[in-house]
Write a protein that binds this ligand. Structure first.
Ligand SMILES: [Zn+2]
Length: 226
């Protein structure tokens, strides 16, 4: 006990003697509570301190403590400090908000495509929004369906999984599963139903269009003069 750390500590009176306890570090910003006000999460820091160390909270945030501190600042310094803090907090909030919006607007698109008559491939795209490990996911699908499942890149350079077979509804069920640990571990257990679109690619339209295009191309080549 030779060095006294310049950090906040709670102390208790035991038998008339003050017994120093563990130094306290803020669980929100990791600084000693007296430095919380310089962090970007001051509001959160304050409520954490109030809840967990009411004595320290009173010490640092009681009106007299604040007045004492502010008394040493000029009006301009005080204003600058408040402005700076408000800015930092706003930035932090905007960041959290953005992250949340990104997650909630993310979509997984499960699409069934007909490769040849009655032969289907199901593609699963958008799992990267949810930080899913693609290889592990492909392996889960392969095991579940006893069919080939591979990770492939879209033209945009994003990962998607291609599964042999018409398994869209089962894939959706797997993504929504919350009780099977194996699945939750890989898919995160956070994808909601309205974040999944199951699409069936219409093969007829495509085929008709392809035939029409092919026919149109053939007409001048074959000629019409017999
Ligand atoms: Zn803090």
């Amino acid at each position: 006990m030779s060095t006294e750390a310049p950090v906040a500590s709670t102390s208790a009176l035991v038998g008339g003697k003050a017994v120093p306890q563990q130094p306290v570090y803020c669980a929100v910003c990791s600084f000693p509570p007296e430095y919380c006000e310089f962090g970007a999460k001051k509001a959160k820091c304050m409520s954490w301190l109030e809840e967990n160390h009411p004595a320290l909270f009173a010490k640092y945030y009681s009106e007299s403590a604040l007045e004492d501190k502010l008394a040493h600042l000029t009006v301009d310094q005080r204003k600058a400090l408040e402005k700076d803090l408000a800015k930092k907090e706003k930035k932090e909030e905007a960041k959290a908000e953005k992250e949340k919006a990104k997650m909630s607007s993310a979509k997984v698109v499960v699409k069934r495509m007909e490769r040849s008559k009655k032969k289907y491939v199901t593609s699963v795209h958008g799992l990267h929004h949810f930080n899913v490990d693609m290889k592990k996911a492909a392996k889960l699908f392969a095991n579940k369906f006893g069919a080939g499942a591979t990770v492939s890149k879209t033209p945009q350079g994003e990962d998607e999984i291609l599964i042999q077979g018409d398994v869209g509804d089962d894939v959706e069920e797997m993504l929504l599963e919350r009780n099977e640990k194996k699945l939750v571990d890989v898919f995160g257990g956070k994808i909601t139903e309205d974040q999944i679109s199951v699409i069936i690619e219409e093969p007829k339209k495509k085929t008709a269009a392809t035939i029409a295009a092919a026919a149109a191309a053939l007409v001048p080549a074959q000629g019409t003069n017999h």
